[in-house]
Ligand binder design. Structure first.
Ligand SMILES: *[C@@H]1O[C@H](CO)[C@@H](O)[C@H](O)[C@H]1NC(C)=O
Ligand SMILES: *[C@@H]1O[C@H](CO)[C@@H](O)[C@H](O)[C@H]1NC(C)=O
Ligand SMILES: *[C@@H]1O[C@H](CO)[C@@H](O)[C@H](O)[C@H]1NC(C)=O
Ligand SMILES: *[C@@H]1O[C@H](CO)[C@@H](O)[C@H](O)[C@H]1NC(C)=O
Ligand SMILES: *[C@@H]1O[C@H](CO)[C@@H](O)[C@H](O)[C@H]1NC(C)=O
Ligand SMILES: *[C@@H]1O[C@H](CO)[C@@H](O)[C@H](O)[C@H]1NC(C)=O
Ligand SMILES: *[C@@H]1O[C@H](CO)[C@@H](O)[C@H](O)[C@H]1NC(C)=O
Ligand SMILES: *[C@@H]1O[C@H](CO)[C@@H](O)[C@H](O)[C@H]1NC(C)=O
Length: 377
């Protein structure tokens, strides 16, 4: 009996400590998060701070303040912030005063469409649980911090429509959980890192409208879950890799307005899910593969402004889903195949500036809906 009592007396302080510490611990975590958010808000341009009136300490009882009810803030059941979502709010400020290390449970950061500027701090890597990062349509500048490669749970990375420069860090190839990588309309230069070929789960890769140079990495052919590959409006050179023929789920292959050369690789005809094939304004040469007829889902076939030669394959007449066919400004010769007349969904046909002879298919002659530029002068 005496022994048991002793044990209880011994354990009592431990029990009390546990009892006392558990609640205040949670509160202090959320107070730290609340203060971190308030410090960040205080760094915004004054006129935009007023847009977040709910971001406020209760002056009468600051120790009970939780940010979980604030606009754009979402918490887990323990009262810790898991999502910050303030889109299209005109916020004008930077991320320099954002205390990343104060948010150990943050999973989603969505700051799309504000007026945020300055660099993306490398401290962003101290958000170990981050799965969603959208900083797009802001004024962020400087380089993409290579430390983003440490955010290995990241599934979505949207940095489009900023003024980011420097090259794409090869460390992004460590983000093996990524589904969407969207970097278009920045000022990125240098090559497309071969390491992006490691991102097996990638479904959307948008690198358009930058100044990327070098050739398209063969390794992109490993991205067998890719649905959309958009690399147009860059300074890419060299051939279209034959490995892209492995991307059998691809629906969009958009590589126009680059300086790609060599033939349209025959392997492209394996991409049976393609709806958009845009290769216009490059230096592509050789023939148009007649096997493109396999791509029965194609709606847009844009091969204009290249150096393609030979005949227009009559097999293109089997691409019955086509709404837009542009072959203008090439060196195509021979007759315009009558089979093109089978393309009943066509709304735009451009064949001008080639060395073609013959006339437009008879079925098109009276088609008032079809915009035709066959022999533009
Ligand atoms: C943001 O605020 C600064 C002043 O702090 C101002 O100079 C700048 O024009 C603002 N930017 C926008 C896009 O409103
Ligand atoms: C906001 O206004 C206060 C006082 O008017 C000023 O001290 C502070 O520097 C301003 N903050 C910003 C970020 O412009
Ligand atoms: C953020 O909110 C916007 C607007 O309510 C919504 O469209 C968007 O999906 C949200 N983002 C996230 C990551 O929840
Ligand atoms: C990148 O942008 C930053 C900030 O705007 C600028 O200081 C730097 O010179 C730019 N670097 C390059 C290589 O353009
Ligand atoms: C890739 O996607 C599959 C299916 O959604 C998922 O089970 C797997 O965990 C993902 N891989 C990574 C590295 O996230
Ligand atoms: C390309 O990006 C620039 C800004 O860098 C933007 O002004 C322009 O509209 C974009 N062009 C296209 C076609 O999206
Ligand atoms: C990725 O592609 C490259 C080049 O096409 C190839 O050599 C390599 O073995 C591939 N890697 C994997 C993991 O499939
Ligand atoms: C495009 O590539 C060709 C060689 O294939 C080269 O002669 C030309 O200068 C390049 N043009 C541009 C704008 O880079």
């Amino acid at each position: 009996m005496a022994k048991k009592l002793n044990l209880e007396i011994l354990l009592l302080p431990v029990f009390l400590v546990l009892l006392i510490s558990s609640k205040p611990y949670m509160a202090s975590a959320s107070i730290e998060e609340a203060n971190a958010l308030l410090n960040w808000k205080a760094s915004f341009a004054n006129q935009t701070q007023s847009r977040l009136p709910s971001w406020n300490l209760l002056s009468h009882k600051p120790s009970t303040t939780s940010p979980c009810t604030w606009f754009g803030i979402f918490c887990n059941s323990a009262g810790s912030v898991i999502k910050i979502n303030i889109t299209s709010f005109g916020l004008n400020g930077t991320l320099q005063e954002f205390s990343f290390s104060s948010f150990p449970n943050l999973k989603y950061v969505d700051l799309y469409m504000n007026s945020l500027f300055g660099t993306i701090p490398s401290q962003i890597a101290s958000l170990p649980k981050l799965i969603y990062l959208d900083l797009s349509t802001n004024h962020f500048s400087g380089e993409i911090p290579p430390e983003i490669g440490l955010l290995t749970n990241l599934q979505v990375l949207y940095l489009f429509e900023n003024q980011l420069n420097g090259s794409i860090p090869h460390e992004l190839g460590r983000l093996r959980s990524l589904y969407d990588l969207v970097l278009f309309s920045n000022q990125l230069h240098g090559p497309i890192p071969t390491s992006l070929g490691n991102l097996n789960n990638l479904t959307y890769l948008y690198l358009s409208n930058n100044s990327l140079s070098g050739s398209i990495p063969l390794e992109l052919g490993n991205l067998t879950n890719l649905l959309e590959l958009c690399i147009e409006i860059n300074k890419l050179t060299g051939p279209i890799p034959t490995t892209l023929g492995n991307l059998n789920k691809l629906t969009w292959l958009i590589a126009s307005q680059n300086n790609l050369s060599g033939p349209i690789p025959h392997e492209i005809v394996n991409l049976i899910s393609l709806t958009y094939l845009w290769l216009w304004q490059n230096q592509l040469s050789g023939h148009i593969p007649k096997e493109l007829e396999n791509l029965i889902s194609l709606t847009h076939l844009l091969l204009n402004q290249n150096q393609l030669s030979g005949f227009i394959p009559k097999e293109l007449g089997n691409l019955i889903s086509l709404t837009e066919l542009r072959l203008s400004q090439n060196q195509l010769s021979g007759f315009i195949p009558e089979e093109l007349g089978n393309l009943v969904s066509l709304t735009s046909l451009e064949l001008w500036q080639n060395q073609l002879t013959g006339s437009v298919p008879s079925s098109f002659e009276n088609d008032m809906l079809l915009k035709k530029d066959i022999y533009k002068s």
